[in-house]
Ligand binder design. Structure first.
Ligand SMILES: Nc1ncnc2c1ncn2[C@@H]1O[C@H](COP(=O)(O)OP(=O)(O)OP(=O)(O)O)[C@@H](O)[C@H]1O
Length: 194
């Protein structure tokens, strides 16, 4: 389980306090709040990148030399990839094999695009590659930080349809950070409002 109780962090002069969060495997939890309140900071803490300060917290243990069981997906897929590497190199590096290949078809991605670099794909295509890269077998939780905010409505719907199907199949816990109340209402088991 991912749990944060009475969490806080100091960023420069600012003290950010977090709402209590509990995310179990198989659950979809939404987080909404005004701009600048600390949502991406929260994502970074839960992904173990920003040091966690809280009265009570738990994160899944990360095995030495293995990918983080909590994978953080950011809004701009183009910043998630090294622009000089092909998608194949990026995915091979995360997966340490090419077992992700069958997922490409499920996610409507053409295997020939693997030879492309990130700037040769659309935002929606790149975000789906980013998701597949995060779906290494050790993943237990996904933190989705405004991941479809810049996509058109149809591409957004397709992205969430794929992600929720995979989450259900693999019993993943998903934290959905979004400014879009309609999206949160449609897909989340419950919503934490800041
Ligand atoms: N590296 C940093 N150093 C100092 N302050 C930071 C840093 N990153 C973010 N902040 C500040 O921390 C606060 C929370 O930022 P954060 O990006 O977590 O907000 P957010 O809720 O995700 O915002 P938005 O919805 O606009 O993306 C903001 O006031 C921001 O200016």
């Amino acid at each position: 389980m991912l749990r944060l109780h009475k969490g806080y962090v100091r960023r420069g002069e600012q003290l950010i306090t977090f709402p209590d969060i509990e995310l179990k495997r198989g659950e979809i939890v939404g987080v909404s709040g005004p701009s600048g309140v600390g949502k991406s900071t929260l994502a970074g803490m839960l992904a173990g990148i920003i040091p966690m300060q809280a009265e009570l917290h738990s994160l899944p243990r990360r095995a030495r030399g293995k990918p983080n069981p909590v994978q953080w997906l950011i809004q701009q897929g183009e910043f998630a990839f090294n622009p000089r590497l092909t998608l194949k190199t990026a995915l091979d590096e995360s997966w340490q094999c090419d077992d992700y290949l069958p997922l490409l078809k499920d996610y409507g991605l053409d295997a020939s695009w693997l030879t492309r670099r990130p700037n040769q794909l659309s935002g929606g295509q790149l975000q789906r590659f980013n998701l597949i890269r995060a779906l290494v077998p050790t993943t237990q939780f996904l933190i989705c930080d405004e991941v479809t905010a810049h996509l058109d409505t149809i591409t957004q719907a397709e992205f969430w349809q794929h992600l929720l199907a995979t989450a259900n199949k693999r019993n993943l816990g998903v934290l959905v950070i979004s400014h879009d109340p309609y999206l949160l209402e449609a897909i989340c088991d419950h919503i934490v409002t800041w």
